[in-house]
Ligand binder design. Structure first.
Ligand code: ADP
Ligand code: MG
Length: 424
């Protein structure tokens, strides 16, 4: 049956964007040392683009002819992917552009998405070069899944798209302040955490969110009927895949047919959860152009939140952190149950009054994803579809995917499965 699969194979054209200054400044060396040979072996044609300045990648993908490329892969930290996603969403043809499979090779100091997709592939934890090899192998395999994106509105009415996190307070301060330790690699977050702990402060603000209604508990025996969604047959992801690499790996991975069925299952599951959230996509206008993506869950930032939202009583926080992947750093497993396309914003906040040792214990427990089970009374966790944060403290930092954004009121909503991601 190998012959059949050979016929459907065709070369994949991959653009690999490298930020030579990310992490310890070794992304290019790591690429040539660990990934290049792998791609050559798997016969994956690629073009290397070395970014020359911040927003170079963003400007490039905003203009590039995407029909030339089957995947856009970044070799850097999360910041470069943030550029690429926002560049794609700034295009007039964003609806098509954001369907371009995106890949990530960890080359930065903040490699949260790489750690997350490695985790989703159910592999045991890996760091540094081992994590890079795992992500390189996933790129060679070429399986593509869905990726949720979150749209974020800032006070200036600018809108950003985020794939990882929105942070305010302690975590945002660590994100940004630790950038000066980038040269030490992933351990910069631990260093930043210790420094911030020494000058722990309280951040005042108002927080509100639209909670996800938990599905009612099903009586025993009825599970199967309820879990089988009545959605129409969706084309499998693979049939719309622009490319398939078929390396000689395990027999099940080798079979395109097997992979199709696996992926169509994934597709059905994510679609069933998508149905729970109404996301208005743009409509094609008469001139053939598409209008902007509508954030149907969000009122204007200066209007009150709808009645269906929960307004948090407390106004004194140590941190507010919204996450939509499993990891927020290579060794910080923030959301044990998260998936790339679970359609959820996982909202955490820590209220004021937590002691320094207790906060440190939370971050240490997060290495093993054990912080939620630790019973810390100051830690709150909610699954939400949308949220709004209005800082009262006049100065401070807000980070989106680890990048600093304008400080002030922000609101966000999830768009399930808006993008596509090369993953295990
Ligand atoms: P790290 O994980 O080390 O922080 P990132 O990928 O997040 O690595 O990149 C850090 C920052 O560098 C991001 O803000 C990104 O936009 C920016 N950047 C990308 N390419 C370049 C470049 N060639 N020179 C300087 N900065 C860049
Ligand atoms: Mg970064």
């Amino acid at each position: 049956d190998g012959v059949m699969y050979t016929e459907v194979r065709r070369p994949c054209r991959v653009m690999i964007l490298v930020n030579p200054h990310s992490g310890r400044g070794q992304a290019l060396q790591l690429f040539t040392g660990h990934v290049q040979g792998m791609l050559t072996e798997a016969a994956v044609p690629y073009t290397l683009v070395i970014t020359e300045h911040q927003n170079h990648a963003r400007e490039l993908v905003r203009k590039v002819d995407l029909s030339q490329w089957d995947a856009l892969v970044i070799m850097s930290g999360d910041g470069l992917l943030f550029e690429v996603i926002n560049g794609l969403m700034e295009r007039e043809d964003w609806q098509e552009a954001i369907q371009t499979p995106l890949g990530i090779l960890p080359g930065g100091s903040g490699n949260a998405l790489a750690a997350s997709i490695h985790h989703y592939s159910q592999s045991p934890p890996a760091w540094n070069e081992e994590l890079l090899l795992s992500c390189g192998f996933m790129l060679c395999k070429g399986l593509v899944g869905s990726l949720d994106l979150v749209s974020i509105h800032l006070a200036s009415r600018r809108r950003l798209f985020s794939f990882l996190s929105l942070a305010w307070g302690f975590v945002a301060d660590v994100d940004i302040e630790s950038e000066k330790y980038r040269h030490v690699g992933a351990i910069r977050f631990l260093m930043g955490t210790l420094v911030r702990l020494a000058s722990l402060r309280v951040y005042q603000g108002r927080l509100a969110y639209l909670p996800v209604k938990e599905a009612p508990k099903l009586p025993k025996g009825s599970i199967k009927a309820h879990l089988e969604p009545s959605t129409p047959n969706h084309p499998s992801l693979c049939s719309s895949l622009p490319c398939q690499f078929v390396p000689n790996s395990s027999p099940s991975q080798n079979s395109l047919h097997n992979r199709k069925s696996t992926n169509s299952n994934q597709n059905t599951i994510s679609n069933s959860s998508n149905n729970a959230i109404t996301t208005k996509r743009s409509e094609t206008q008469s001139d053939g152009k598409t209008s902007a993506l509508v954030d149907s869950l969000l009122p204007e930032l200066d209007q009150p939140v709808p009645e269906s939202w929960t307004v948090v009583k407390e106004e004194d926080f140590v941190l507010v952190l919204a996450v939509y992947q499993s990891h927020i750093a290579e060794d910080l497993w923030a959301v044990p149950g998260a998936m790339a396309d679970d359609g959820l914003i996982h909202l955490f906040y820590v209220t004021a009054g937590i002691s320094r040792p207790a906060l440190l214990r939370l971050f240490l427990a997060m290495e093993k994803g054990a912080h939620l089970a630790s019973g810390c009374p100051h830690l709150v966790y909610e699954k939400v579809k949308a949220l709004r944060l209005e800082p009262i403290t006049p100065h401070g930092m807000i980070s989106v995917d680890g990048e600093m954004v304008e400080y002030g009121p922000v609101q966000a909503q999830i768009h399930p499965g808006l993008a596509r991601l090369v993953c295990g």
